[in-house]
Design a protein around this ligand. Sequence first.
Ligand code: C5P
Length: 300
Amino acid sequence: MDSVTVKAPGKINLILQVGAPGPDGYHDLVTCFHAVDISETITVSHADEFSLSVAGSVSLDEIPLGGDNLAIRAAKALAALSGYQGGAKITIDKQVPVGGGMGGGSADAAGALVALNVLWQTGHDPEQLLAVAAPLGADVPFALLGGSAIGRGRGDHLTPVPSGIFHWVVLPSPVHLSTPQVYATLDALRGDEAVAAPREPSDEFLAAMASGDATALAPLLVNDLAPASLELHADLARTLSQGRDLGALAGMVSGSGPTLVFLAADAGSAQRLALGLEAGGHRALSVISPVRGAHLVEPG
Ligand code: C5P
């Protein structure tokens, strides 16, 4: 086998409840990850050294191409675990907005793990790949799993939950936000106030998810990081109200932002909403969810 290609999805967080930071600086989370149909395509082939090239429809300026890149770190972690001595050429076709809170870098890492496990014939099972994924970043295990899952701890302790089908409009932002900066801004906004432990998802939320009831889900979406993203990027608030005025059931900041997501009643409403937002000068993607985690693309 000369090369292996894998697709790995971006994610949105339907709830993101943030507790206090722990001694390692990571915040205690309860979140609901949800994989959406905007995917990275990761192709790997044999090479003596590790190298990476990235192309795609999104702005690529801020992507590190060296050893700092999460896909390269994932490849090296898998090689170390397996005692594999060679390298790999990794090529990524990026569709997930960069620096937007949708876990594109995490999807690249998850895709590299699945692809290299096949190319190198290292034979690790999904549990072992999850164990390699967790130290790479809080969102990497979910990009392996896909679908819909409650994340606890740093976000990497995952429990899959059933989900019906939902329709969204995703608005990438030309401006990027750094995830550590958004968390630090939240801490600053909270100041000295006591921070409650993040609440478990309500039965109402889980029922709305499972039944695919967008109207019931809309008022239950919550993102504790939103005030911090809005603090750093004030235009987002205006765009959120534009989306609601155009008929979105709900609008929210995705993860640490600044990508915005709007929940639509059905596919037709999502398309109309996307057109309305594009007429207002935004780039808007109409997407369906949930989708599978990192998986092989059959050749041919
Ligand atoms: O793990 P990941 O690299 O995705 O996290 C990026 C940054 O986001 C961390 O360095 C940390 O500043 C912040 N973070 C956090 N608490 C979490 C997840 C991420 O404070 N649970």
